[in-house]
Design a protein around this ligand. Sequence first.
Ligand code: ASP
Length: 438
Amino acid sequence: MGIKVAKFGGSSVADAIQINKIRDIVFEDEDIRYVVVSAPGKRFSEDSKVTDLLYLCKTHIDHKLAYEQIFQVITDRFMSLESSLGVDVGIKDELAEIRSNINEGASADYIASRGEYLNAKIIAAYLGFEFLDSAKVIKFSDKGKFMEERTNDELAGALKGEGRFVVPGFYGSRIDGSIKTFSRGGSDITGALIARAVGADVYENWTDVSGFLVADPRIVENPKPISHISYKELRELAYMGASVLHEEAIYPAKVANIPINIRNTNRPQDPGTMITSEPAVLEEGQIISGIAGSRGFTSITIFNSHMIGQKGFIRKMAGILEDHDVTIEHIPSGIDTMSVVLNSKIVEGKVEEIMEEFERQLKPEAMEVSTDLALIATVGAGMAFRTGTSAQLFGALAEAGVNIRMIDQGSSEMNIIVGVAEKDFEKAIRAIYKAFVG
Ligand code: ASP
């Protein structure tokens, strides 16, 4: 027998039908001892998330506008949850208390956190599990800094024993007792913190998709799911814009070496994606784990036939960018050329000045700017030390008629990044997918 922590996201707890699915999942698997819940999310695409409605109440108050109608929508959702699940946790009184706190000037964090708080109360009663308020165990300093060790100790203490618990995600409290939330989507962090504190064997993250996909389904038709990926590969994909778990959310599980399993509440029979420290044992013929990319990069290439022998060249270049408050994304280089790839949004309005400074300090023979660059990362631990991977990648792009403007391969050989014109972005991703996945 193992210990599992299961976190259910907003769409998994959006209404009584979804919460029923959770009950089946949790009752089917006794190893799930700890359940972390988000606030109710969208029930259909035009619906509102409770957390958004709570923030909206606060914005109305700040602008001295009436917020009652919005609060009524929230009230209706929770009252109907309580009655359709047939539990009695005194939601009406809870809501009255929240309202009076709001009227007395409660903070945005307090207001936003109430979605998780009320939902966890209802779900705990429905499952017959103990409710543990995160405010008691997830701790921030009075200045709002997250207290990692203290939280770990508090959680371990409160959750020891044989019980089964429901814990609201997203928030904790400062030492003075005031509520403090994590950033949006922060229930994932709560789940990971609990997984670490109780030494879970698996952290299950239940959502509305059956794990991550090898490529963006808006670009590639019906992409394959990723069955197993390492934290490192995932980080590369996330950095390149794949919408996967937040780095902050992964961290507590990663340091404790706890596998994370992304699962689908609507299709519990699907195995989902398993994320572990070790790279996956690859299936026959599988080389890559995922493809991700984004548009919106600018590159400045400097040509200088004596660059290689010059001391301090990169330092000067980096210094100029730092002076303009611009971060560097990549520095692909050749013998006589060096490029810096920058985020177009960050560098907007500064390119000319930066180039003037390059001209003055670096004395290049020539410079070239490309503004409509898209970067695509092909990620996979299976690429390391395998000859021919890049040839296969570049061949596929050539065949698709995509011109490669830049290539960057990290020394880990786990990631090959190519820069292409933004107009070729989707075509390039489809070509890479076809070449490696089929
Ligand atoms: N309810 C919060 C949000 O919408 C936190 C979460 O669901 O993870 O951001």
